[in-house]
Design a binder for this molecule. Structure first.
Ligand code: NAD
Length: 473
């Protein structure tokens, strides 16, 4: 079996041969990925069912269609994205060609997490291929069936010279990271991200980190409670709460909470029936270890279980659970929940809610539910988060035109659609000069003269366009 070093060297050889550079090659690979998804939908759904008991509906939307959409957008636009972008010039560079060229980094490493095990490997891979890179893929070892399927399908459909899958857990990943990559794209927890950054520092490798954290859902002002409850319940319990962008906790006034709870109860019953453990529309917790962590969190919480709370270790099941009277110091508020438990915290005012959010790490997503647009705008303008969505949850990440990524502790860099292409491209600033305008050029040569400096300042000045409205006092 090839060592990690041999895999990386083989891919580097392919990259240096220039095979990935033509648009035609990239498009062929992207179309092959599309075919891979079409040909193997049943196997993909089966693997996701084995790993997470993912309902078909959720798997199709969040693991297949999201990738297909991104592929279609990328295939349709790749020629345009690959064009150089020309920049503004000054008098001194008037005759030059000044442009930004998007170039591939080389051999990149993509490390995925288990909660959307296919999507989190394939979506970054689209960006990597589109930008002309070779790629090593390291799916999560926790979602075993999908890991195995990815390792079988990628070499079958994509160029074996340019793309490779390495399986295994932390030890294999650490050994893989000893090699020099030209970019590392990591999806997973904040703790492991620190190891990734340290390994990348050895080779000064640029890194994209797609991490998690606690995504708040602030509900305030006038609102259609019934619709709000439905959207909140769907976003929270999709994939049984194991989504990096799931609403982690709700912030609202005590009156809003009282009005909302019956509608949450109603929505849960409509969605999953009176015995949710029998519903085929709820997934399962990925492993016993993750189940234990969640049940322990619930046991440690000093809040009051208002809805749900039941669990079954053998079935890795935890009921959709809502906990009220949760304080800031509660166990549920100390880490990302990443499961079907929704704490509701009460705030006295919108101001307090904004302060609560701003006192914590910047979240991957921030949700505001309100009929009052002024409230939505206020929260948008006064907070920071990776993404933002009003009156819904999760859905903003399905639109490939929007960049997806974190800020601060929730990550660095972004992808999806063109943003993925940009992430995996080096932006090379190019100036192609001829021998013209030598009269202006000689101004910069020694012996230096004050008169030449004045001319040069004039010739290289950027025009102050559109400055009238911000006059300096
Ligand atoms: P995980 O355990 O599957 O780990 C992610 C990857 O890191 C895996 O491929 C794993 O093999 C590797 N890994 C684990 N330990 C390692 C180590 N010590 N050294 C090197 N590599 C190691 O997934 P996870 O970390 O439990 O993922 C859950 C987290 O990911 C949550 O915080 C979630 O919010 C976040 N997440 C973020 C996004 C996003 O797009 N921003 C998407 C999904 C999940």
């Amino acid at each position: 079996m090839e060592s990690h070093k041999e895999v990386v060297e083989r891919l580097r050889g392919a990259f240096r041969s220039g095979v990935t550079l033509p648009a035609h090659f990239r498009l062929t690979q992207l179309k092959a990925m599309l075919l891979m998804l079409e040909d193997n939908e049943a196997q993909i759904l089966e693997a996701l069912h084995q790993d997470l008991a993912k309902p078909k509906f959720e798997a199709v939307l969040s693991e297949i269609e999201i990738v297909v959409n991104d592929l279609c957008l990328t295939i349709s636009n790749l020629h345009t994205w690959m064009q150089p972008s020309y920049v503004d010039k000054n008098l001194a560079t008037k005759l030059d060609d000044c442009f930004v060229r998007r170039e591939p980094f080389g051999v990149v490493l993509i490390i995925g997490a288990w909660n959307y095990p296919l999507q989190l490997i394939l979506l970054p891979l689209i960006g990597a291929i589109a930008a002309g890179n070779c790629a090593v893929l390291k799916p999560s070892e926790i979602s075993k069936s999908t890991e195995k399927l990815i390792s079988e399908l990628i070499p079958k459909y994509l160029s074996k010279d340019c793309y490779a899958v390495v399986c295994g857990g932390p030890e294999e990943t650490k050994s893989l990271l000893e090699n020099r990559f030209d970019h590392i794209f990591y999806t997973g927890s904040q703790n492991v991200a620190r190891c990734i950054l340290q390994a990348a520092a050895v080779h000064l490798t640029p890194v994209t980190l797609e991490l998690g954290g606690k995504c708040p859902c602030l509900i305030h002002g006038r609102i259609d409670m019934k619709a709000a409850a439905k959207r909140l319940v769907w976003a929270k319990f999709f994939n049984l709460g194991q989504s990096c962008v799931a609403p982690d906790y709700v912030l609202c006034t005590a009156e809003t909470r009282e009005a909302l709870l019956p509608f949450i109860k109603e929505a849960l019953e409509i969605f999953y029936g009176s015995e949710p453990e029998k519903s085929e529309d709820l997934g399962r917790i990925v492993t016993d270890r993750h189940w234990n962590r969640l049940v322990e969190l619930l046991n440690k919480s000093k809040g009051k279980v208002a809805i749900g709370g039941e669990s079954d270790r053998d079935k890795k099941y935890i009921a959709p659970t809502v906990v009220v009277d949760v304080q800031e110091s509660d166990a549920l508020m100390q880490e990302e929940i990443f499961g079907p438990i929704l704490p509701i915290l009460t705030i006295k005012s919108l101001e307090k809610g904004i302060d609560f959010i701003n006192e914590r790490e910047k979240p991957l997503a921030l949700y505001v539910f309100s009929d009052e647009s002024q409230i939505v705008t206020t929260v948008l303008e006064r907070t920071s988060s990776g993404g933002f969505c009003s009156n819904d949850g999760i859905v903003h990440m399905s639109l490939p035109g929007l960049p997806f990524g974190g800020v601060g502790a929730s990550g660095m860099g972004s992808y999806h659609g063109r943003w993925g292409f940009e992430t995996f491209s080096h932006k090379r600033g190019c100036m192609l000069r001829g021998w013209g305008l030598e009269r202006i050029n000689v101004l910069r040569y020694p012996p230096y003269k004050d008169s030449n400096l004045s001319w040069l300042r004039w010739a290289t000045t950027t025009k102050k366009k559109g400055w009238t409205e911000c006059t300096i006092m």
